[in-house]
Design a protein around this ligand. Sequence first.
Ligand code: MN
Length: 132
Amino acid sequence: MAGTILVIEDDEASRILACYLLEAAGHAVRAASDGATGFRMALDLRPDLILCDIQMPAMDGYEVAAALRAHPAWRAVPLVAVTAFSMPGDRERALEAGFTAYLSKPINPETFAQQVGSLLACAAAAPPRTAM
Ligand code: MN
């Protein structure tokens, strides 16, 4: 299923690749290069799903998750961490922070759009807490 997706990612190459793959799969994609901008865009854009890096300037991914989840209207939006976790416990911390799922970086161009599409479909049925 296609939807409106917000990509929040400070690394330009990763951002461009994610946007390219998602647009090619038929999604409407917007992007932000830091967490604070991404949070503001999320409030305006009301995306169907948000992909969010963890390590970013201005607001990191944990702060974006906390700020979004503090808004009653934003408690249910699918928020997917896309990151190269470096420490044991990072995945658990992401889920506790309010992320609904995570995808590991580097993203796999062969499967990325399909994984995101599955998360969109899951979210339409019930909020998932899944790892891929
Ligand atoms: Mn980053």
